[in-house]
Design a protein around this ligand. Structure first.
Ligand code: SF4
Length: 349
């Protein structure tokens, strides 16, 4: 199975089956990360009440600059330079962010004596409870494991997420190969079977997300010829918390169904098929599930939907491709609203 289709099934599974430690809900997103690391699937455990307060800031994400401003904005009018902590970058960028926040209606701004004053409009809620990162590797053979193990060791040392997992596809072997491979013991292992869903084969250890993290910037090759020392840097708990929240904001905006935005549902060969509860794209020209990279503007087999497909309600409804896009968007909205309801579930532990 292609990694892309596998990833969509993992996202769907997590959305339906993930049971937060608290009586919370989850938001699932994919292909998100930092400048140096991108995770396949991100599961956010959220506080439903706080998440519904987050709604007041709109559907669009708040980037780290906006978060700095809205989270530190004072209750009463104040000159922005006196009200906000030093951002660590030039104040002119803060002014730009203040204007953006004002335009988005999430911050009160005014000019007094040639000075920009700001006032909090809403309190930014503490909606993120835990962050879980999942790496998807349907075929976890020895060489895939070697490549993955190094990355996972870095994730564990850094501890940005509260838990790190690997999801792999079930094999018919008595002991899943993933359990025999050299992965860090802190990493959980989920095994997917198309008929029976996912099974936890190894519970992860909780990482020290609230403590300083170690970012490994360079490490010696595992070879007898490389005697160089590893290089690393420490990251403060506050720095990690800011990165985590900025990541969560992107996940909140995108969800995992946004893959459709970069594909070509307007192609006549594009189909959506339900598998393991997930709507996964299928290409009628290739007679298989296509990857997001293949299904792009440069695809040599692309052919536009015939106009006749769109006659029903066109241009309001659009053709089948538009229908799939609308369906995914409806599901994305429905899942978002469900995450704001408290839905206690059984513990997965
Ligand atoms: S032919 Fe190309 S553009 Fe059309 S659905 Fe298949 S992969 Fe996508």
């Amino acid at each position: 199975m292609y990694e892309f289709g596998f990833e969509l099934r993992v996202c769907r599974w997590a959305e339906r089956e993930w049971s937060p430690e608290s009586d919370g809900s989850v938001i699932v997103s994919r292909q998100l990360g930092t400048r140096s690391r991108r995770w396949d699937t991100i599961v956010l455990e959220v506080d439903p009440d706080a998440l519904s307060q987050r709604q007041r800031f709109g559907r669009k994400r708040l980037d780290s600059d906006l978060l700095h401003v809205v989270r530190n904005a004072p209750e009463e009018w104040a000159y922005y330079r006196e009200a906000l902590p030093d951002p660590g970058y030039p104040w002119r960028y803060v002014r730009e962010t203040i204007h953006e926040a004002g335009n988005r209606g999430i911050l009160d701004t005014r000019k007094r004596n040639n000075k920009i004053e700001i006032r909090r409009r809403f309190e930014y809620p503490d909606w993120l409870t835990r962050t879980i990162a999942i790496e998807n590797k349907p075929d976890l053979d020895a060489s895939a494991t070697r490549a993955l193990a190094d990355q996972l060791e870095r994730d564990v040392a850094f501890g940005l997420a509260d838990e790190v997992w690997v999801a792999t596809q079930a094999t018919d072997q008595r002991v899943e190969p993933a359990l025999l491979e050299d992965l860090p013991v802190e990493v959980g292992i989920l095994v997917f079977d198309p008929d029976n869903g996912a099974t936890i084969r190894w519970h992860p250890r909780r990482l020290a997300a609230d403590e300083p993290g170690t970012r490994i910037t360079e490490r010696p090759l595992k070879s007898e010829y490389d005697r160089s020392a590893a290089r690393f840097e420490y990251v403060s708990p506050e720095g990690k918390a800011d990165t985590r929240l900025a990541l969560a904001e992107r996940a909140y905006e995108r969800g995992w169904r946004s893959y459709i935005d970069t594909m070509r549902p307007d192609c006549r060969y594009f189909e959506g098929r339900i598998d393991s509860g997930a709507l996964v794209p299928y290409c009628g020209a290739k007679c298989r599930e296509q990857t997001a990279a293949e299904c792009s503007g440069s695809c040599p087999e692309f052919a536009p939907e015939p106009p006749a497909w769109r006659t029903k309600g066109w241009p309001i409804e659009g053709g089948p491709g538009k229908g799939i896009r609308n369906l995914l968007e409806r599901r994305r909205k429905r899942v978002r609203s469900r995450a704001m309801e408290t839905t206690p579930r059984g513990s997965r532990r």
